[in-house]
Design a protein around this ligand. Structure first.
Ligand SMILES: [Zn+2]
Length: 199
């Protein structure tokens, strides 16, 4: 009798455990499926095009300015405003076009000499039919307006610095390597000034 009761209880326990395990497994499967479908849904959403109202237009070529090609330098004439194109590193007399703006700013420092850059040959409009275009330095003594200005080509940054130092009465010329007596540069100064100098 007790054996039968125990047997029935065991059968119930086995049946209960089995049923619970099946239910749990079923729930787990459902949640896995739910997760799969959610992630698939998210993927599909990502693949859809965005709201057309907020869709950014692709960046298109819109630079139509007059920038010079990579292997060309443009020279804008300060007198007439016309542009002349040069091949990069075109020699305008010991230097290239890239130095012109720097030379202009250096020359502005010189207050006691009538000195300026002569860029006229660099402009095709102002100076057509010129084979060798060069940059020049023009100097005329301040108190001798009627004299023809001294015109020198193949000028350098050092030339302009020398003129500044000479005009200011500075007795030493500053270089990258140190300071040297300005009298060492007498010949070049006379060439630039077109006159003898006393140092
Ligand atoms: Zn010009």
């Amino acid at each position: 009798m007790w054996c039968n009761v125990i047997f029935i209880i065991i059968v119930f326990i086995i049946a209960f455990v089995g049923f619970t395990g099946y239910t749990l497994a079923k729930d787990n499967n459902n949640s896995t499926l739910d997760q799969l479908s959610k992630s698939e849904y998210a993927n599909k959403l990502e693949q859809l095009p965005q709201n057309p109202n907020t869709w950014e237009e692709p960046v298109s070529a819109m630079c139509y300015d007059t920038a010079a090609p990579p292997d060309r330098d443009q020279y804008i004439c300060p007198v007439c405003g016309e542009m002349t194109l040069y091949s990069s590193f075109f020699d305008i007399g010991g230097t290239d076009l890239s130095k012109i703006s720097y030379y202009r700013s250096l020359i502005k420092k010189i207050k006691k000499l009538d000195v300026k850059l002569d860029e006229s040959e660099l402009c095709e409009k102002c100076s057509p039919n010129i084979e060798t275009r060069k940059l020049y330095l023009l100097i005329k003594p301040k108190n001798h307006k009627n004299l023809i200005p001294q015109r020198t080509s193949d000028i350098t940054e050092e030339d302009i610095n020398l003129l500044y130092e000479y005009s200011e009465g500075i007795k030493e010329h500053s270089t990258y390597y140190g300071k040297f007596p300005i009298i060492n540069y007498k010949d070049r100064l006379e060439e630039l000034l077109g006159a003898t100098v006393k140092l």
